[in-house]
Design a protein around this ligand. Structure first.
Ligand SMILES: Cc1cc2nc3c(=O)[nH]c(=O)nc-3n(C[C@H](O)[C@H](O)[C@H](O)COP(=O)(O)O)c2cc1C
Length: 395
């Protein structure tokens, strides 16, 4: 089966130093100010946080920082057509981490994009490969030349030799997991870390909520392997709680798709700004004879038409007017190029407006640096609040 959304247009693809300890380690790089007798650390994401918050952030960021080699273990997940060198570099230069989206781009375009990203930032970033993209094999073959520090496999399960191959190029490998069995399999195959993604997320999704996955997977493996969690997150306060639960980092997509640096069409961004959480729905499947890969996107005319197409095909299947294979092909073809139409051309009526339920928390277009800085401040504030609440009352 070929799942076309967004991968079918090869012509274009393209301490913090929150922390006291890190601030001390890198005093040469990080200005430290004093205010009203209280030390304020100015982070490399230009985020001042108090020293108590800084200490807590240092503690909870430790494993994610060590694994990713960044100051702030927040990840901007790859978004086909959106995650280009400019966005990736903006996120990395703000102290966080990002993945370049390979989509279905031919290897020469990916090579150019990696070079361009390296020109824009000297920080580490990942390449995101979609295992079911038609160009996947040729993209994988490119890895030894690129010598990237991180590779993320998405869109299906990579095979064990593919993970090994990526690791042999010197990369750390992260694999998506949307169920416990997938997570177990990816770890067995040698993944260095897991991106645990709940059904609340934007783009291709599974069917299990992040709340359940946290209990089934994060709580089981967080001591053994870094687990980055994703899906429906768009506030620093929530991120703080996910770190407390054991996450090594938090991945977000929707909130960065609406950033100033995102190349998405203004009409696409404005749809996000105006949308409510409940507008981001998972593609319906009406009949097991016509399997549909679930994609979470904003409801629009294209999605309504897709429902009508399926109902019509089911009627024709029942009447013996169409073969199953031909009907399935029509289902698969429907979304071909649809993400590009929405992101690049601004066709918000018929294109695919992939978005997580977190869209309900996004109401402004902001620069990446401000987004990352706000997350850091909110996390610091929440961790400080909780640590004070947990302290025994003064006698
Ligand atoms: C427009 C869009 C395109 C996406 N494309 C990809 C992709 O190409 N590869 C991938 O691994 N994930 C993709 N995702 C998922 C994101 O990387 C991320 O995991 C997800 O957005 C997290 O959930 P959130 O949207 O609630 O923040 C996409 C998400 C969006 C919103």
């Amino acid at each position: 089966m070929r799942f076309g959304v967004g991968w079918d247009a090869p012509e274009r693809r393209g301490g913090i130093s929150s922390g006291v300890s890190i601030a001390v380690a890198r005093r040469d790089r990080l200005p430290v100010r004093h205010s009203a007798g209280r030390e304020i650390i100015v982070t490399n994401a230009q985020t001042p946080v108090g020293s108590e918050a800084a200490e807590l952030l240092d503690r909870f960021f430790e494993s994610g920082r060590a694994f990713l080699g960044v100051d702030t273990p927040l990840l901007c997940g790859a978004m086909t057509w959106v995650s280009d060198p400019k966005l990736v570099a903006a996120v990395c230069n703000a102290g966080a981490f990002a993945s370049l989206a390979a989509g279905n781009a031919p290897p020469e375009i990916i090579e150019q994009q990696v070079e361009e990203t390296r020109r824009l930032t000297d920080r580490p970033f990942a390449l995101n490969l979609i295992t079911i993209a038609p160009a996947f094999r040729s993209q994988l073959d490119l890895l030894p030349r690129l010598r990237l520090p991180f590779v993320v496999f998405a869109g299906g399960f990579p095979k064990e030799p593919e993970i090994r191959f990526a690791k042999e190029t010197g990369a750390r490998v992260l694999c998506f997991a949307s169920t416990k069995s997938i997570a177990d399999r990816m770890l067995r195959y040698g993944a260095d870390a897991i991106i645990l993604e709940g059904m609340e997320a934007g783009g291709h999704v599974g069917h299990v909520s992040l709340t359940v996955l946290l209990q089934q997977v994060l709580f089981e493996v967080d001591e053994r392997v870094p687990v980055f969690v994703a899906g429906g997150v768009a506030t620093g306060r929530m991120c703080a709680h996910l770190f407390l639960m054991g996450a090594a980092g938090v991945q977000m997509g929707t909130v960065f798709a609406v950033s100033e640096e995102s190349c998405a069409h203004d009409a696409f961004k404005m749809k996000f700004v105006r949308a409510n959480a409940r507008d981001a729905v998972s593609t319906p499947q009406f009949d097991s004879r016509l399997p549909v890969v679930a994609v979470r996107a904003l409801r629009n005319a294209g999605l309504e038409d897709f429902g009508r197409l399926q109902l019509d095909l089911i009627r024709r299947l029942d009447a013996g007017e169409i073969h199953r294979a031909a009907a399935q092909a029509k289902v698969e073809e429907y979304w071909m190029g649809a993400l590009r139409r929405a992101v690049v051309d601004g066709d918000v009526a018929q294109g695919s407006l992939m978005a997580g339920q977190s869209v309900g928390l996004v109401n402004r277009i902001r620069p990446v640096r401000e987004i990352v800085g706000t997350f850091v401040r909110e996390m610091g504030r929440e961790l400080t609040r909780l640590s004070r609440r947990l302290r025994p009352p003064a006698r």
